[in-house]
Design a binder for this molecule. Structure first.
Ligand code: PLP
Ligand code: CA
Length: 307
């Protein structure tokens, strides 16, 4: 139907869409900022939305920052003040998932960042790693003799800039030892992280795939486009999907999650997905966009009349 088609939101349509919502979920990288630079007009637009009484939450697949670090980054870049409970990063959501899925006292073997470890600690999930795997000898065959912690009942894979073959060995050994009783959880499947100048670096999806390939099983994925992250927002704020907008820069993560959770979706053209890609996908069921909202200075101008 027509409402599933992509349209560019002009001021009046945007006013109607925003007026019907009480909560907005914002993807972070590519929508609010790129690296350390705020997207032009984004901080002012969110300031107006907050002043109009909208609840603003943040959903990011990046597992390398804590909720506290995101509240600080939002403050630093001039966004309206946010509390940690408004931030749904894949590190926090993974920790929350493991806390409810693991039996009390069970531990996770973690391939990830210090931030991922900090979020596990904050919810009381014991963990081994991140950090170098203890190697009992010089060859991979020796590593197969490394001691395994009896408490480990999950392998968690996030963004790990020190990912190694030794860690992959250890992850596989925990998964083989535990069989189906050892959970396999990935923070997200982003295949690349785009950088300025058209280049990119491999994303967490590459690391999750390596562990899945070794173990020959599929991970539970916490991040977008899966709905677990949205379920975390619902359980914290009891929001109504029909009055919630997902704002993102990617069709295959942000917009797909929004669509499958029954949210209104707004694609900004400030990140990964281009207008040409939108035109190529608008007929595909499940990847449709109801609005294209740009936070460029000109439409931020229009935005000032909206709320
Ligand atoms: N994962 C990592 C490690 C990242 O650095 C980023 C972006 O910086 C992302 C995922 C994507 O984050 P978002 O969901 O906010 O676009
Ligand atoms: Ca993004």
């Amino acid at each position: 139907g027509g409402s599933r088609r992509c349209r560019r939101l002009e001021a009046e349509a945007a006013r109607a869409v925003l007026g019907a919502a009480d909560t907005l979920l914002f993807d972070c990288d590519g929508v609010l900022w790129r690296g350390e630079a705020a997207v032009g007009g984004a901080a002012a637009a969110l300031g107006r939305l907050a002043a109009a009484g909208k609840r603003l939450c943040y959903v990011t697949n990046n597992s390398s920052r804590t909720r506290a670090a995101y509240t600080e980054k939002l403050r630093r870049l001039g966004f309206p003040p946010a509390e940690p409970r408004h931030i749904f990063g894949s590190a926090y959501c993974a920790a929350r998932y493991l806390r409810q899925a693991l039996p009390p006292g069970a531990a996770a073997y973690v391939l990830g960042s210090p931030a991922l470890a900090a979020e596990l600690e904050a919810v009381g999930v014991p963990h081994l790693g991140p950090g170098p795997a203890a190697l009992p000898g010089p060859t991979p065959a020796d590593w197969a003799q490394a001691p395994l912690d009896p408490a480990v009942r999950a392998v968690l894979v996030g963004f790990d800039e020190h990912f190694s073959y030794a860690k992959l060995c250890q992850a596989l050994r925990y998964l083989l030892r535990g069989g189906p009783d050892c959970l396999l959880v990935g923070t997200n499947r982003d295949h690349r992280l785009p950088l300025e100048g058209g280049t990119a670096i491999p994303g967490t999806g590459c690391l999750v795939k390596a562990v899945e390939t070794a173990a020959q099983r599929e991970a539970f994925i916490v991040g977008k486009p899966n709905r677990y992250m949205f379920d975390c927002v619902v359980s914290e704020f009891n929001i109504d999907p029909a009055r919630t907008i997902m704002v993102g820069d990617r069709l295959d993560t942000d917009i797909l999650m929004g669509n499958s959770c029954g949210l209104t979706t707004l694609l900004t053209l400030t990140g990964v997905t281009t207008l040409d890609e939108v035109k190529g996908h608008q007929e595909i069921v499940g990847i449709s966009v109801v609005g294209v909202l740009s936070f460029s200075p000109s439409s931020a101008q229009a935005g000032s009349q909206l709320v």
